[in-house]
Design a binder for this molecule. Structure first.
Ligand SMILES: [Zn+2]
Length: 76
């Protein structure tokens, strides 16, 4: 899956076997880009924060992403 598919801002691809690794990688990548001052990723991160104001909405986002991940024919 790409950064964009995971709510990010670029076409960087993450190749992992599990969704948990994927979420971890994309989080790391996102934070790196924000630290570098990348405007697109900062905006994406802010959007994400708006979506994840409650544990409930965070869980929903996670479930949606997991479904998308599971539906990919080739996860690598
Ligand atoms: Zn990115």
């Amino acid at each position: 899956m790409t950064c964009k598919q995971l709510g990010g801002a670029c076409e960087t691809e993450f190749h992992t076997n599990t969704f948990e690794e994927m979420a971890e990688l994309s989080k790391k990548h996102g934070m790196e880009m924000v630290q570098k001052g990348d405007k697109d990723h900062i905006a994406a991160m802010n959007e994400m924060k708006k979506l994840m104001t409650t544990p409930d909405s965070m869980q929903r986002w996670f479930d949606t992403m997991r479904k998308e991940f599971d539906s990919l024919p080739d996860k690598n």
